[in-house]
Design a protein around this ligand. Structure first.
Ligand SMILES: O=C1O[C@H](COP(=O)(O)O)[C@@H](O)[C@H](O)[C@H]1O
Length: 258
């Protein structure tokens, strides 16, 4: 029998935010290189919150093949794409407006479907099927990389503690209308999609996340959403954190090699 147990998470911690962002950029470029060498493109899902700003070391960096990127959102707030709450707007402002990525390679949700979230999710699933072209042959898309953040309550993407969406087993994209963090209407990649990725990387910084990360990393049995991210074999989970965010965590660190 093949060993299908998920690999344990790899936790890397850095003294400064510059070191953290440099390592994240290095890691992303390495993942991109492997994907482009294998299949000529790089599929990545990106979160909102504090993450887009932490990708700033990619701007102007040699080796980034922006024309090969296919960008989806790990979650999105159902608001117009130019609304201050939009994760797409945040990613555009912080990163994509500053780099030569073709507009067609970025895949936002369709907010004109905001009155029918079922249809909005179906439309986004179809967008994913166009990229992965495999809904019939494989059960879930396999992203080369999914980049996640973690909220103080342990939520990730728009998967919140105690919410029914945590047990979704079928949909690729699902919606919530009662998000405890505003805005209430959101869509999110589901756990089966996140846990089929080749790599998933959390990026977390600041002492405000210390208690949350202690629970997520040292007490995964408590089942916070971020602890439920365990990419299936041979996928790998990474945590890129600053020292403040993991100041209370006992889980062993791995030295990141640039
Ligand atoms: O609402 C959201 O929050 C999480 C965490 O955000 P952070 O600001 O604490 O990093 C984020 O990952 C998610 O994409 C966003 O919609």
């Amino acid at each position: 029998m093949p060993n299908t147990t998920p690999h344990p998470p790899v936790l890397c911690s850095f003294a400064t935010s510059t070191e953290l962002c440099d390592a994240v950029a290095h890691f992303i470029i390495k993942a991109q290189k492997e994907a482009v060498e294998k299949k000529g493109r790089f599929s990545v899902a990106i979160s909102g919150g504090s993450l887009p700003k932490q990708l700033n070391a990619l701007i102007g960096k040699a080796g980034v093949k922006w024309d090969k990127w296919q960008v989806f959102y790990a979650d999105e707030r159902v608001v117009p794409l130019d609304h201050p709450d939009s994760n797409h707007k945040l990613c555009m402002d912080e990163l994509f407006s500053k780099v030569p990525i073709p507009a067609d390679n970025i895949h936002p949700i369709d907010p004109s479907l905001a009155d029918d979230l079922e249809e909005l999710c179906d439309a986004y699933e179809k967008e994913l099927i166009r990229e992965f072209a495999q809904k019939d042959s494989a059960r879930f898309p396999i992203f080369d990389l999914i980049l996640l953040g973690v909220g103080p309550d342990g939520h990730t993407a728009s998967l919140f503690p105690g919410h029914a969406l945590l047990t979704e087993e079928d949909r690729w994209v699902a919606y919530i209308e009662d998000s405890p963090k505003p805005p209430p209407k959101r869509v999110t990649l589901t756990f089966p999609v996140i846990n089929h990725a080749a790599r998933v990387a959390f990026v977390a910084s600041g002492e405000g996340k210390a208690d949350t990360l202690k629970t997520v990393l040292d007490k995964p049995e408590e089942g916070l959403p971020a602890s439920r991210v365990r990419p299936a074999h041979p996928g790998q989970l990474y945590w890129f954190c600053d020292d403040a965010a993991v100041s209370k965590v006992e889980y062993p660190r791995t030295q990141y090699k640039l």
